[in-house]
Design a protein around this ligand. Structure first.
Ligand code: ZN
Length: 280
C-alpha cells in the first residue's frame, strides 16, 4: 500500500469539493483559479465537471498539464438509463469534452430504473447496451468509461448499479477494454464483500474517490464528510483498491452544502492535504 504520509502527489481534487457544481455555492472560482491553487499546493490532478468546461476543454486541459498536473477525469456523462436519460448526441458530447481535456477517465453515473420496468436487471441490460454503443467512439478518442456504483439509497432515479459487483457485471456484459469502474468510498464503504469484489475487478478500476460517511448524515447528496470526520475505514478500503492493482490518483470529492462549501477554498484545499496525508 502506498505511503502518503509525506507525499501527496497522488492527490487529486474533484472540483465539486469547492461547491462549483451547483449555483450559489462555493467561491465561484474559475477553472484557472482552481488549477493555480492546486498546482501551488502540489496536487497531482484535478477532476472537472462538464458545466465548468463548456467549449474550453482543450485550453483547460493544456493549462493543467502546463503546471505538471493531470486532468484526473471528467464528471460525467448524462444518464444512460431511467426517465432522465440523455440522448446519444449528448453522451458523445461528453466523450468529446473528456477527449478535449486530455483525460482518460469519463465517469458514468448510470441513471435510474428504466421506464416501464421494475427492479434493476432490465435497467442494467439497457445500461450495458448503451455503454457498448458508445465504447468504440470513446476508445477512438482515448477515453475510458468509468461506471460508478452508487449507494443503494440512490436507486430509483440516479443509479441502477449499487455495488462494485454490479458494475463489474455490466462491464462483463459490455466486454470492451476501455470500460471499467470508479470506486467512491461514499458509495461502497458499507459493503463487507468489497475486497472480494475489487479483486474480481482487478485491472478494471479506473478511479478512486475519497470523502467520508458522517455518522449522522443530514442529506444523502450534500452532506459528505471530509476524510477522518466519519465512520468509513478509509485505509482498509484503499488497501483493497490497491491490492486490486489500482495505482492512480485519489480524488477527493466532498459535496458539503453546510460545511466545506461555506469555507474559503484555500482552507479547504489545505485541509484536504493534511487529511489525505494522515488519514487516507
Ligand atoms: Zn464519486
Amino acid at each position: 500500500m502506498r505511503d502518503f504520509s509525506t507525499d501527496h502527489s497522488a492527490l487529486a481534487l474533484n472540483t465539486a469539493t469547492l461547491g462549483h457544481n451547483l449555483d450559489g455555492y462555493g467561491a465561484g472560482w474559475s477553472p484557472e483559479q482552481v488549477i493555480d491553487a492546486c498546482a501551488a499546493r502540489g496536487y497531482g490532478g484535478i477532476t472537472f465537471w462538464q458545466r465548468e468546461i463548456g467549449a474550453r476543454a482543450v485550453e483547460i486541459g493544456e493549462r493543467v498539464r502546463a503546471t505538471g498536473m493531470q486532468v484526473a477525469g471528467l464528471c460525467r456523462t448524462p444518464y444512460l438509463t431511467g426517465a432522465d436519460a440523455g440522448t446519444d448526441d449528448e453522451i458523445k458530447a461528453s466523450i468529446d469534452t473528456a477527449a478535449g481535456l486530455g483525460t482518460g477517465v469519463l465517469t458514468i453515473v448510470t441513471g435510474g430504473t428504466e421506464p416501464g420496468t421494475k427492479g434493476m436487471l432490465e435497467s442494467q441490460k439497457r445500461l450495458a447496451e448503451r455503454v457498448a454503443a458508445h465504447a468504440g467512439y470513446a476508445a477512438d478518442r482515448r477515453v475510458n468509461l468509468a461506471l460508478e456504483p452508487l449507494n443503494p439509497m440512490f436507486g430509483g432515479d440516479r443509479t441502477c448499479i449499487f455495488t462494485v459487483r454490479d458494475a463489474l457485471n455490466v462491464c462483463e456484459m459490455v466486454g470492451a477494454d476501455n470500460v471499467g469502474i470508479a470506486v467512491d468510498v461514499y458509495h461502497v464503504w458499507w459493503d463487507t464483500t468489497l475486497p472480494e469484489s475489487l479483486m474480481a475487478a482487478r485491472g478494471k478500476i479506473l478511479g478512486y474517490h475519497l470523502c467520508d460517511w458522517l455518522e449522522n448524515t443530514t442529506d444523502m447528496l450534500l452532506d459528505r464528510g471530509m476524510m477522518g470526520d466519519g465512520v468509513a475505514d478509509l485505509k482498509s478500503i484503499r488497501s483493497a483498491v490497491e491490492a486490486a492493482g489500482y495505482t492512480g490518483l485519489c480524488e477527493v470529492e466532498v459535496f458539503s452544502e453546510n460545511n466545506w462549501w461555506k469555507c474559503q477554498p484555500e482552507k479547504t484545499l489545505d485541509v484536504i492535504i493534511e487529511r489525505f496525508r494522515m488519514l487516507s
